[in-house]
Design a protein around this ligand. Sequence first.
Ligand SMILES: Nc1ncnc2c1ncn2[C@@H]1O[C@H](COP(=O)(O)OP(=O)(O)O)[C@@H](O)[C@H]1O
Ligand SMILES: [Mg+2]
Length: 250
Amino acid sequence: MLSISNLNVSFGGVQALNLTHFELKDKELRVIIGPNGAGKSTFMDVLCGKTVPTGGSACFKGTNLIGKSEIEIARMGIGRKFQKPSVFEGLSVFDNLMLGLKGKKGCFSSLFFKLKPEQKNRIISVAKRVNLYEKLYAPAGSLSHGQKQWLEIAIVLLQEPKLMLIDEPAAGMSDAETEKTGELLCELAQNNGVIVIEHDMHFVKQIAQDKVTVLVRGEILTEGSFDEVKNNRDVIDCYLGTPESAQTRK
Ligand SMILES: Nc1ncnc2c1ncn2[C@@H]1O[C@H](COP(=O)(O)OP(=O)(O)O)[C@@H](O)[C@H]1O
Ligand SMILES: [Mg+2]
């Protein structure tokens, strides 16, 4: 689904990312871990067209993404959920989803736009998938932090992406919300490719059905199953600390 080669990003001469090789299979759920500043978010920025790399290629279903605009990439089927939630707090969950359906560009026209029954049904079905059906008419500002993250995931889902990029979804969530988020991501991976950046190793263990990639200083340190990565000496030295502290790391 995704094939990266020699992807390079520098900011003012400082190398933030240097991915020689990265592959994602169809419907794979990949978790990316690594210390702060490792280049994880920068990688997602490149994949969604927000950052233009200094060099290299990123082929999505055979088409190179590099040089394409954020809108073109979204149309190709890559959806991104950013680290910080950015929903419209004063609007209901339903209205936020309605804007998501139309794209935030035509904000006002969307609000006065009459939804077709099938569009309304899609909003309801997406809200159910992310556990927000009960909150459909509540203002987004009244949601818990975790629920706001789910709303953002729902907005990305409405675009029907083939590949979803999700940056630190469990940050600031309660344990119960984290667990539900893990279930949701695993369910999404049944039909879509999903790349998740995450710090919470307990959560990573829950969702890492396929490979985990460890990024350090912009480069891939290693890739493997959760257990392989967790017990890898270099990963312990560069990121996790001792295996004991890795298990309790949150
Ligand atoms: N827009 C930017 N301008 C300059 N430097 C940046 C920018 N975005 C990220 N960086 C730098 O690139 C490196 C990787 O950052 P980032 O991708 O955010 O790391 P991570 O998400 O792994 O914590 C860091 O050194 C960061 O300071
Ligand atoms: Mg980041």
